[in-house]
Design a protein around this ligand. Structure first.
Ligand code: ASP
Length: 328
């Protein structure tokens, strides 16, 4: 009798721990696929960064992280989508420098980058390149500047919409040359690259994560990199400053955000997943091959992203206002 009482008590205990464990498992995050929203088209540079880390996170956690491309209006459509998503830890946004330029470019923005999101982490820094269709007349930056100045009514420039990095860089390029070009917006520079390859557009300023393969394959011409120094991946390509265009430097940084109210323990876990992805040899290799720069550990934190975003908003507000006549 005594033995059977002990057995009953033990079984009750075992059953209740099982119930507790399964309740914990249900509450544990992630218990279903996590969506990583990219506000630009598939196949473009932001998408390349997003898919690389999503694949690594899926591999390391066994839980799918799925890239969703929500495109439009220079990245603002996808950003607003994430702002309005449930803050349940299953929707995140991967955006770039556009998060800091949109406030100066849009009179009415449907989100506030500083108050509508939880910050998760920065990801990677990517240089931009000024590229042209293969048969564009200018052979180097000096000739490009002269050609564009003399033919500004004929030359067109692709971008990923107002607020995109390609738009910012294109504005700065036009301002530096005092040349008002026709701009052709796409849902991302992935599709814009197809138009460049097809000769439907002349020029584009875009991240190496999209241009590098085409430059190496000789499918597009490259004139300059937008970084302060030449980059290892393209050692023969001059900087803009070397080409005479001073005060014109753009590095496309990337950040991950969650809808405001997403639990802190979840954004912390996602932060760890990003850090782990950035240590994955496959990710390191593909990012290095594409000419990107790893960001310091201090930026791979919510606070690092927040303070960087604020400083970039302060930096680009005046730059954009000064180039406003080239904003469309
Ligand atoms: N590179 C694009 C931009 O100009 C975005 C993209 O398609 O990823 O911002």
């Amino acid at each position: 009798m005594k033995l059977s009482k002990t057995l009953v008590a033990a079984s009750v205990l075992a059953v209740s721990s099982l119930v507790a464990a399964s309740a914990f498992a249900q509450a544990a995050w992630p218990s279903k696929p996590v969506s990583l929203v990219i506000p630009f088209a598939a196949g473009g540079p932001t998408d390349v960064v997003g898919r690389a880390i999503a694949a690594s996170m899926t591999k390391s956690t066994g839980n799918p992280v799925i890239v969703e491309n929500k495109v439009g209006a220079g990245g603002t459509v996808g950003t607003a989508y994430v702002k309005n998503a449930k803050p349940d830890g299953y929707t995140f946004l991967l955006h770039h420098i556009g998060m800091s330029t949109a406030p100066a470019l849009y009179r009415k923005l449907s989100f506030n980058p500083l108050t509508d999101f939880e910050y998760v982490s920065q990801v990677v820094d990517v240089p931009m390149t000024i590229v042209a269709r293969k048969d564009f007349p200018a052979k180097d930056m000096k000739e490009l500047i002269a050609y564009v100045k003399a033919n500004s009514n004929k030359v067109n420039l692709g971008n990923a919409g107002v607020g995109a990095a390609s738009h910012l860089c294109g504005m700065m390029f036009q301002k530096a040359l005092n040349a008002d070009l026709t701009t052709v917006p796409f849902s991302g520079t992935g599709p814009a690259m197809n138009a460049l390859l097809g000769g439907q557009i002349d020029l584009m300023c875009d991240q190496t994560t999209n241009t590098f393969g085409q430059i190496k394959g000789g499918a597009v011409k490259v004139y300059a990199v937008t970084t302060a120094k030449r980059i290892k991946a393209l050692p023969a390509t001059p900087t803009l400053a070397e080409s005479g265009l001073k005060d014109f430097e753009v590095v496309v940084w990337h950040g991950v955000y969650a809808p405001k109210g997403t639990p802190k323990d979840v954004t912390d876990k996602f932060n760890t997943m990003i850090k782990n992805a950035l240590k994955d040899p496959d990710v390191i290799k593909s990012f290095t091959d594409l000419g990107t720069e790893a960001v310091p550990a201090s930026k791979l934190t919510p606070a690092g992203l927040e303070s960087w975003l604020k400083s970039e908003i302060d930096k680009y507000g005046p730059v954009i206002r000064a180039a406003a006549q080239f904003a469309d």
